[in-house]
Design a protein around this ligand. Structure first.
Ligand code: GSH
Length: 282
């Protein structure tokens, strides 16, 4: 049955408290207040939070450091999106889209701002020549899956997650629509991972870095508490890959960065993990 809502001729914003993002969502972009960002001593300054999109970048930075790329040393500052910190003028100057993660690459002058997690992964992978294949076919596969994640996941987060987990009013129409799509995405990944050890082939790449924090978390019930609803246990190859990547020490470190609780609020040196991990790692 369709709902009784009839859209007016022109939509008008009516602020209301109908879900957990009600206080921060507005129909306009741009800075809402003046606020400078802190800057640390390392070449890379990251402004982020340990959501799946944020974890992608801290995981890659930890992977780069573990692979011996000392130039990947970074300061990670916590941007509390629940408090609206993404609308401060300093953050908006790096990311006019006001969403974490945002990176300022100060290894060059003038410094390079990068936003959108996929663009940040690509910037870092190309900068260090790591976790992205150079052979044309393998590179194309890696980029295809990286961009697949960027295009596909809004159906998981903004679609399925919003209506299944966050909306106060559970409606069957949007839940059916986005569950169908998310299960199709999981089946796609499952088939790909039946044929390949990693998403884009035989080596760990930024495609895995991008996809794992979302779909890995989903199949073990860490995202939206939906593993049973989605029958996640049936996606056996995704579960195998989830565990394989979860065992990587750099992944375990990266996931701990910029957590409000249970990890590091900020990260400025490898020693910041002392006493925090592996105790706090899953
Ligand atoms: N496509 C963007 C999505 C980033 C995104 O949605 N970030 C969320 C947290 S996971 C955010 O900052 N939300 C705050 C807001 O929408 O105001 C990316 O991959 O970087």
């Amino acid at each position: 049955m369709s709902s009784a809502y009839v859209p007016p001729k022109v939509w008008r914003w009516e602020p209301k408290e109908d879900n957990k993002f009600a206080n921060i969502n507005r129909p306009t972009a741009g800075a809402r207040f003046e606020q400078e960002l802190p800057v640390g001593q390392h070449p890379l300054q990251l402004y982020s939070l340990a959501t799946p999109n944020g974890q992608k970048v801290t995981i890659l930075l930890e992977e780069l450091l573990a692979a011996g790329h000392a130039g990947a040393e970074y300061d990670a500052w916590l941007i509390d999106i629940g408090e609206g910190a993404q609308f401060g003028s300093g953050f908006v100057a790096i990311n006019p889209n006001s969403k974490i993660p945002a990176l300022l690459d100060r290894s060059v002058q003038p410094a390079i701002p990068v936003f959108e997690s996929g663009a940040i992964l690509l910037h870092l992978a190309e900068k260090f020549g790591a976790f992205i294949p150079t052979a044309p076919a393998a590179r194309a596969a890696c980029l295809s899956w990286l961009f697949w994640q960027m295009g596909a996941t809004p159906y998981l987060g903004g679609g399925f997650g919003h209506f299944y987990a966050y909306a106060n009013d559970k409606q069957q129409y949007p839940i059916d629509r986005f569950t169908m799509e998310v299960k199709r995405q999981l089946d796609l990944l499952d088939r790909q991972l039946a044929e390949h050890e990693y998403v884009a082939g035989s080596d760990y790449s930024i495609a895995d870095t991008a996809i794992w924090p979302w779909y890995g978390a989903l199949v073990v019930g860490e995202a939206y508490n939906a593993a049973e609803f989605l029958e996640a246990a049936s996606y056996k190859n995704v579960l195998r890959w989830q565990q394989q990547i979860a065992a990587r020490p750099a992944v375990q470190r990266g996931r701990l960065v910029n957590r409000r609780n249970g990890g590091l609020r900020e990260r400025h040196a490898a020693s910041d993990f002392d006493g925090v991990w592996p105790k706090a790692a899953p």
